[in-house]
Design a protein around this ligand. Structure first.
Ligand SMILES: [Zn+2]
Ligand SMILES: [Zn+2]
Length: 901
């Protein structure tokens, strides 16, 4: 084969054969160990695939192929996250029906994926936009409703008054409607929620208990999202009204420094307390002002001005009995904790700023060690821990002791209770749009909200709706909305909200186990295949998708349908592909498409390049130059597998050169296997490239290569390269006269007995020696030498090297090393010389790796003929001990002394 290799033809040929033979189709086989490899399923966009997507698939496919060749029964499916906003936006803007848009996009991606040669079991393909799939979203919703795990409450949405429609966050661009540019406002409407907070503790605890195979970064993000904090709820009596209010704090050690209380302006008590008082007007003005601000504007830490207004009320401090003024403040938000916060200005920066603004007292209650803070002079809050001061009988305690003592006291007097708070909120699943799963409830004038009976599922999406961009198309579609009440058969209206598409992706991995399951999933198949052994996807889904899927699995377990609580055993996040400094994407105009690269270099080259050029979890800068190097590797591989057949070979006893090549092969098997297990594809490919280099050298040596070694090398290289470059490897495999398919061939095992590090080092020494002889000849200006002497280093130097290699870590201290080495009596004799050599080595910062005198002598002696041929004169290999030459004394392990005549 040569540079005119028709990659397209090879790719097409093998893709067709794989499909025809169905070699990637799997069934549950109790005799085989299963392995479930899964990539996060893609959203089918009309833009098609670029190198960023392909990197993800190339990783998953290489890994799935590797596990399959190792003998696992590998489930490796593909499907499409088919509901969603872009399809609906396309309907509004271009008049294409979302279903058509989606189906076209899926067809495009599927075609791309198939031409990548990915080893999916295509018989398991799913798309979430069809009733046979989304029926089960509805069924799950009904189960959650029964258990009180789904509920409805008022919640804010983005609202475009001109389009009369709810907007998704992605449809709000700089506070304006994506479609008409009107100012977007916040509106409260009733929406559906899943009670994920009920699982907050388990979701948190299982991160440490069960997710050892996840990246630390992702686990931290999940922990932060759940945001558990332990503290106390404190009750305060309001002096003027007699109300009880409650705050939550994790810093009750600072309680004696509390000088005011702040309350969210939207808290109902704010209007109740001020109605008809002299404070009413200023409070109403303040609320109107706050309404114009977003939550981010209200809570941002950089904002210096702390807006607030006094409510004319006071709370009684439960420990001191002091009266503490209550303010409404914009930085307190309803929905976080109780909406009421005790303010400790000396120990919280926001409270400090507010106190300065409103001239409220600042009282230090915590002193850091070795300092004496004063509320009158401090320039900023001290937020750390320390010793309690001004704190009644708690004065003198350390923060941690004081937390316990104060919590005990509050609990004893009934003024407070230890409590745990979470940042995580319930999962809002309502979307006011068309292209999603209809929520299966109806509203009856008589019976109220009535769930659609399970037997009536699915509630299907009507297709002939109009996409005007005004309101939710479902709500405007009378035949859908108007229905009968399942209870009283009177007229009723359907819920027109559809579900968040994260619902679809929270259980699709269960469906893959048997896509024809009569129920939500097939318990037998799920028992065999789940959990997913290796999940692969982008870090942008680090929080929501993964958290929701974990929640679903736990909820299904509690419905008695699963016997495990975590869906993904191991997780890998691939790095992002960049080009010209931007993330590769169609919208930046820097997308390198599959067609472009496949046409020029073949798809195997693209796959190899994407996995070789950077470690899989780091970002990759696409370079057109880089890919040509990988392209040369692929053509060289095809060349050598052809050459292996053409050139003659030798049989019989193996020589050192053969054993060295064999050793390199088995070292490579060990390294490639280990790298693949650890998801270090770049290291694996680098090792294969080195192996090919060594093979090329080996087959071009003057003596013919050994038949057994050369065929082992070529075959095993084809096997190990096939997870990355499956098409060309199948082609080479066939050219070797092997039965198809290399894709199903057993993964090779390294034979440790054949790994001969000493010989590999010997070979390096020989190459170094040849180089040294050439240098000496050049320096001596001798083109035709009459004789060459090669002096192998004296025995004691190998002993010295061996001692050096045993030194712990990276010891660099001269004295320390000398002390250790001269403990050896045989080496002590050579103390002076060792001292000289060591000084030189430490200065050069490098020590040669060497074997032993016997091996070096043997390797050189066996190569005597080769050296004589190369330099055209007699060559003598001499042990330094039996030579008097100065050059012999200079020889060191791995670097013989050279003398020319
Ligand atoms: Zn609008
Ligand atoms: Zn009814």
């Amino acid at each position: 084969m040569d540079e005119h290799t028709d990659f397209r033809k090879i790719e097409g040929k093998w893709q067709e054969r794989w499909e025809k033979a169905g070699i990637f189709r799997v069934t549950e086989d109790p005799k085989k160990k299963k392995f479930y490899v899964l990539e996060m399923y893609p959203y089918p966009s009309a833009a098609g695939l670029h190198m960023g997507h392909i990197r993800n698939y190339a990783m998953g496919d290489a890994y799935a192929r590797f596990r399959r060749m190792q003998g696992f029964n590998v489930l490796y499916p593909m499907g499409y996250d088919a509901f969603g906003l872009p399809a609906e936006n396309a309907a509004i803007k271009k008049g294409v029906h979302p279903k058509k848009y989606t189906e076209d996009a899926i067809a495009g991606i599927r075609k791309n994926q198939k031409s990548l040669g990915l080893s999916y079991d295509w018989s398991r393909e799913i798309a979430t936009c069809y009733p046979e799939y989304y029926k089960w979203n509805q069924w799950f919703f009904l189960q959650m409703l029964k258990k009180g795990m789904a509920y409805k409450k008022e919640s804010p949405v983005n609202w475009c008054p001109k389009c009369v429609t709810v907007l998704a966050n992605e449809q709000v661009e700089g506070g304006k409607c994506w479609r008409c540019g009107s100012e977007v406002v916040e509106k409260l409407i009733e929406q559906w929620f899943f009670r994920i907070t009920k699982y907050a503790d388990e979701l948190l605890e299982d991160i440490d208990k069960k997710l050892q195979g996840w990246p630390e970064k992702i686990k931290t993000m999940q922990r932060n999202w759940i945001g558990k904090s332990e503290g106390v709820n404190i009750k305060f009596k309001v002096k003027e009204s007699g109300d009880n209010i409650e705050t939550f704090t994790t810093r009750h050690d600072t309680m004696y420094g509390m000088t005011f209380i702040v309350i969210a302006p939207e808290h109902p008590k704010v209007l109740e307390w001020t109605k008809g008082t002299k404070y009413e007007k200023s409070v109403l003005d303040f609320i109107a002002k706050v309404k114009k601000l977003s939550q981010i504007e209200r809570t941002t830490a950089e904002k210096k001005e702390k807006r607030g207004v006094f409510l004319g009320k006071h709370a009684i401090h439960p420990l001191t009995g002091q009266e503490i003024p209550i303010y409404a403040a914009d930085f307190v938000i309803m929905g976080f904790g109780t909406g009421i916060v005790q303010a400790v200005p000396a120990h919280d920066q926001r409270d400090f700023d507010f106190a300065k603004e409103h001239k409220l007292p600042i009282i230090v209650s915590i002193q850091p060690e070795g300092e004496k803070l004063d509320g009158k002079t401090m320039q900023k809050a001290y937020e750390g821990y320390g010793t309690l001061v001004n704190s009644g009988k708690f004065t003198g305690l350390q923060s941690d002791e004081a937390m316990e003592a104060i919590a005990d006291k509050l609990e004893k007097t009934g003024a407070g209770k230890r409590s745990v708070a979470y940042k995580i909120r319930d999962w809002g699943i309502s979307r006011q749009r068309y292209w999603g799963t209809p929520i299966p409830v109806v509203y009856c004038g008589k019976c109220g909200m009535v769930p659609v009976p399970e037997g009536d599922l699915p509630v299907t999406l009507p297709e002939n709706v109009r996409f005007t961009g005004q309101g939710n198309p479902l709500a405007n579609h009378k035949p859908f909305v108007e229905t009968k009440c399942p209870k009283c058969h009177g007229p009723a209206k359907r819920e027109t909200d559809t579900m968040d598409t994260f619902v679809d992706s929270s259980w699709y991995f269960l469906r893959y186990c048997n896509v024809k399951a009569k129920d939500m999933f097939d318990p037998k198949a799920v028992k065999y295949w789940m959990p997913v052994d290796q999940y692969i996807g982008g870090a942008e889904h680090a929080v929501m998708h993964l958290l929701y899927a974990r929640f679903f699995v736990k909820a299904l377990r509690d419905l008695g349908m699963l016997d495990f609580g975590e869906p993904f055993t191991r997780l890998f996040n691939q790095g992002i592909v960049y080009k010209d400094g931007h993330k590769m994407s169609k919208s930046f105009g820097n997308a390198v498409t599959q067609e472009e690269i496949a046409g020029k270099y073949g798809i195997d080259t693209a796959r190899l390049f994407l996995l070789f050029v950077a470690s899989p979890d780091s970002q990759l800068e696409w370079s057109d130059e880089g890919i040509t190097g990988v392209y040369r590797f692929v053509t060289r591989f095809l060349g050598i597998s052809a050459e292996g057949r053409r050139n003659g070979t030798r049989e019989g006893r193996m020589q050192t050169g053969d054993l060295i090549m064999q050793s390199k092969l088995h070292s490579a098997i060990r390294k490639v296997t280990q790298s693949l297990e650890e998801f270090r594809f770049n290291v694996a490919i680098g090792t294969l490239m080195e192996l090919l280099n060594s093979m090329q050298k080996y087959v071009s040596l003057p003596q013919k290569p050994h038949k057994e070694v050369v065929s082992d090398c070529i075959e095993i290289l084809a096997v190990m390269l096939s997870p990355f470059a499956p098409h060309v490897c199948e082609e080479a495999w066939e050219a070797l006269g092997k039965k198809p398919f290399v894709s199903l061939h057993a993964w090779p095992k390294a034979d440790e007995k054949k790994i001969r590090k000493d010989m590999e080092l010997g070979e390096q020494m020989l190459e170094r020696t040849i180089g040294d002889v050439e240098t000496v000849l050049k320096l001596a200006k001798k083109e035709k030498p009459s004789g060459i002497y090669v002096y192998v280093s004296p025995e004691w130097k190998y002993a010295f090297f061996s001692e050096l290699s045993k030194m712990p870590g990276k010891t660099k201290d001269f004295k320390e090393i000398m002390a250790k080495i001269t403990k050896n009596a045989a080496l002590k004799m050579h103390g002076q010389e060792i001292s000289r050599m060591l000084t030189k080595m430490l200065n050069a910062g490098q020590v040669l790796e060497a074997t032993d005198q016997e091996t070096e002598f043997r390797v050189l002696s066996e190569s005597k003929e080769l050296l004589e041929k190369k330099f055209g004169c007699k060559v003598e290999i001499v042990l330094a001990e039996s030579a008097k030459s100065e050059k012999a004394a200079k020889a060191i392990p791995g670097k013989p002394g050279i003398e020319v005549e």
